[in-house]
Design a binder for this molecule. Structure first.
Ligand code: SF4
Length: 461
């Protein structure tokens, strides 16, 4: 009997890539591939790449070097291993990847991975392929759905892509070039995917898109639907306890979506709303299409409808021509909003973007010094935010067993990890937990409805 074929998919970058990696594995399952966590054991290794973060390309090429050694070792044992590079870097660099790394058999763009079974068959027949054309067909119509086993293995929280691409053209960003123009999936197709996930035990769904709140998918009435309307539809799917969405643009935070935060208990009060800078001069240079005031107004409107909302954000420091005064405007904005956390980056040019060609690039030592100052403030805000939960009772979605016997790990509405003593039968439940202590990245507590359960000690956790 022939050995079952195995695929190892490694994700770099954002949640959209994690979702895409799962869908790649799903779409290869009917072709006889099962997933393996070990690259050395795989017949096909897919590196699902990102092109946004600093040094993303270097990381991928060094990973290809490592996989190439595994490929050579497999071949020495008479076994063929294929290497595919997928995702945003594949889309942006195409042929260049094969030129720099001849061990790569296939380069497949972020819009084409539904073609993987066919592409793999051609590679096995001896071709070396680069497929980065934007296709005419909708990949979501062609992709195989996940099996119940795959849904079960991935846990009770799932990502669902509802929107792809971006029309904003921020001057530092490659997404409009690598992911193309904004497209949105129809409401009922998203609802069908969410129903399938819920039937297999998923309790929390995060809707994802590069610019998710620009969503305009076709509604049941044939007309475009807003993200707020989509969330209303999904909140009615039996079994779904929690809904989230990411990543949003301040300009697309419309009345419907703001109202949904007040109206839908299932919509978690935790919003990732990138601002990038607190300086209007920098926001204009970044082509963000919003001002500092616009951003603060959106935050105020969201908080007015749902006072317990907490925010996270993205910041870039050291964008070309950023002065100390510009940077201080970012710090005052951070003070004004008060964040539960943030992703902070020192600007690094992405080839092909307008900002990469701008004059007045900020010296890296200046950028790094600013980054450290910003990170210290965000870290303090995050600590204060977490500390404010001690002594409070919060609803926790119990997700999986913890490291200690009898322990479960779950998430608060604000995505904080919580450890409690609780039986495994409660996985999937949302239950009130009294928070007793905080660690570096974790809250500790006790189920209030199971008074016999002791709170966890923090030591050694
Ligand atoms: S809105 Fe986001 S995805 Fe779109 S160009 Fe700007 S940073 Fe990139």
């Amino acid at each position: 009997m022939s050995r079952p074929r195995k695929v190892h998919v490694k994700s770099f970058g954002c949640q959209m890539n994690v979702y895409d990696s799962n869908r790649m594995a799903d779409t290869l399952a009917p072709a006889g591939f099962t997933e393996t966590a070990e690259a050395s054991d795989a017949d096909l290794v897919i590196l699902n790449t990102c092109h946004i973060r600093e040094k993303a390309g270097d990381k991928v090429y060094s990973e290809i070097g490592r996989i190439r050694m595994l490929k050579d070792a497999a071949e020495a044992q008479g076994r063929r291993m294929l290497i595919a590079v997928a995702g945003c870097m594949a889309q942006a660099e195409g042929e260049e990847i094969i030129r720099r790394a001849g061990a790569v058999d296939l380069v497949v763009g972020s819009q084409n991975y539904h073609r993987l079974p066919d592409l793999i068959a051609r590679v096995q027949a001896g071709e070396q392929i680069v497929d980065t054309e934007f296709p005419v067909e909708d990949k979501f119509d062609v992709l195989s759905p996940p099996t119940r086993e795959a849904i079960h293995r991935r846990g009770i929280s799932a990502f669902v892509t509802v929107q792809e691409g971006c029309d904003k053209f921020c001057t530092f960003c490659v997404v409009p070039y690598t992911r193309g123009a904004e497209v949105s999936r129809p409401v009922e197709k998203v609802a069908a995917e969410v129903k399938r996930l819920a039937a297999a035990g998923v309790r929390e769904v995060t809707l994802i898109g590069q610019n998710v709140n620009a969503y305009y998918g076709q509604g049941a009435n044939g007309r475009p639907s807003t993200l707020g309307q989509l969330l209303h539809r999904l909140a009615r799917v039996p079994g779904i306890a929690r809904l989230r969405y990411t990543t949003s643009h301040p300009r697309d935070m419309n009345d419907d979506l703001i109202a949904a935060h007040g109206d839908l208990p299932a919509l978690m009060p935790y919003v990732h709303l990138p601002v990038q800078s607190g300086s209007d001069r920098m926001l204009a240079a970044m082509n963000r299409r919003h001002t500092r005031k616009d951003y603060l107004d959106v935050i105020a409107r969201l908080r007015a409808g749902r006072p317990d909302l907490a925010f996270t954000s993205d910041f870039i420091v050291g964008f070309p021509s950023e002065t100390e005064d510009d940077f201080r405007s970012t710090l005052t904005l951070v003070d004004e909003v008060g964040y539960a956390g943030a992703y902070t980056f020192s600007y690094s040019p992405r080839p092909g973007t307008p900002a990469a060609a701008m004059e007045s690039q900020v010296p890296s030592e200046v950028s790094l010094e600013r980054l450290h100052r910003l990170q210290a403030i965000i870290a303090r805000q995050q600590r204060d935010f977490n500390a404010s939960f001690v002594g409070r009772t919060v609803d926790v979605l119990l997700e999986k067993p913890g490291r200690l016997p009898g322990q479960l790990v779950g998430k608060t509405p604000y995505l904080q990890t919580v450890q409690v003593m609780a039986p495994p039968s409660l996985i999937g439940s949302v239950l009130p937990v009294a928070i007793t202590d905080i660690g570096t990245n974790t809250l500790f507590g006790a189920l209030t409805e199971y008074a016999g359960m002791p709170a966890l000690a923090t030591a050694g956790a």
